[in-house]
Design a protein around this ligand. Sequence first.
Ligand code: EPU
Length: 418
Amino acid sequence: MEKIIIEGGARLIGDIAISGSKNSALPIFASTILSQSPNTFHNVPNLRDIATIQKVLANLGIRVTRKKKGVARIDSSGLSGHEAPYDLVKTMRASILVLGPLISRRGKAVVSLPGGCAIGARPVNLHLRGLEALGAKIELKHGYIYAKANGLKGGHIYLDVPTVTGTENLMMAAALAQGKTVIENAAQEPEVEELAVVLNKMGAKISGGGTSLLEIDGVDELGGTEHTIMPDRIEAGTLMVAAGLTQGNLRLMNCPLSSLDAVVNKLQEAGLEIQSDGETVTVVGNNRIRSVDVKTLPYPGFPTDMQAQIMVFMCLARGLSVISETVFENRFIHVSELRRMGADIKVESNSAIVSGVKQLSGAQVMATDLRASASLVLAGLAAEGITEVARVYHLDRGYDQLEKKLVRVGAQIKRIKT
Ligand code: EPU
């Protein structure tokens, strides 16, 4: 087991390069199941979740070669399997992303049903209903999804909620279906848009990527492509908060500012100075944090993946802030840990009412999900004294070398084995 130890109080000053996006790379890796020729991706982040999707693909006979840092060559010519087993899906729910492409390309798929997780029940009913609308026959038994199709056919799908991985799964399934598919109330996240771009580069005919209405004209086959994964907007947002909390001055290189409008607006309202010069963004914090209210929403709203981080910021703001979580039903697991560090937070149904305090104090903490763990690291950077964050593997799922990047800008942070 590893822990991160932080001595709080250091101002963070310097340059940090944002890594490739986890939630973009995962569906893009899954999309290679559809492709007849090798694909090459650049700016692939070095993350535990990427290692997991590679295992899921390897289990299907797909070869992923990582010779150079950040580059992945994926060759699906050996595709022979159609199963994503429980052992892999339980470590990463996003393994469900192979379901759509497998039914489409292989006519069958057996994928373990992801269970609930620390942040909510997270059903996949909309993925399954959408696939049925394209002609798949689906049975659930023994904890697995058994799906079959004798050639998918285009269909009309309305998503009750704009599910991100659901939209991605259905877009990939429809890419090789016969005829036209329309997906209404599709997720508009930039990661969904990027998947549409990559599929189109492989030869798909998808229009409306990044909007709530997707139109997909099925094609007979997809070829290979080369693509650079976009930078991770949540990593960038997390580091902006780090600058704010430490009264720092960070230059974020390769920062995807255009996909961060909702976050940047709130952080500026709270008093952070954020200025952009092309792909470099300078973030300057000061010692007066203003309280702001935040409500998480699907894109382009404020991302649920930044809720825990902005809550830490509000813990040190002047006044009262109300943070409402509307995307997941149980995403406040960081609250009890932040309270142990001196935060004043009350939870009432899906809202957290945060009264700013003058100082947080270092403590031993742990969290059971990725963004909650990131929020504890942020709290540790600002707190007086030493913070020990356990269960670091959650962080490694989604942040590429976080503590190394922070050390370079002056943080007193290290990883130890316990
Ligand atoms: N939902 C349903 N039925 C479904 C699918 C979703 O009711 O069939 C509900 C969920 O329970 C939730 C809401 O719809 O209440 C939105 O969930 P969504 O399906 O959009 O989430 P996801 O696709 O499972 C992705 C990201 C998450 C991110 C959410 C929301 C990936 C690999 N994961 O999850 O990222 O929080 O969208 O933006 O893209 C993270 O990176 O830490 C993370 C959790």
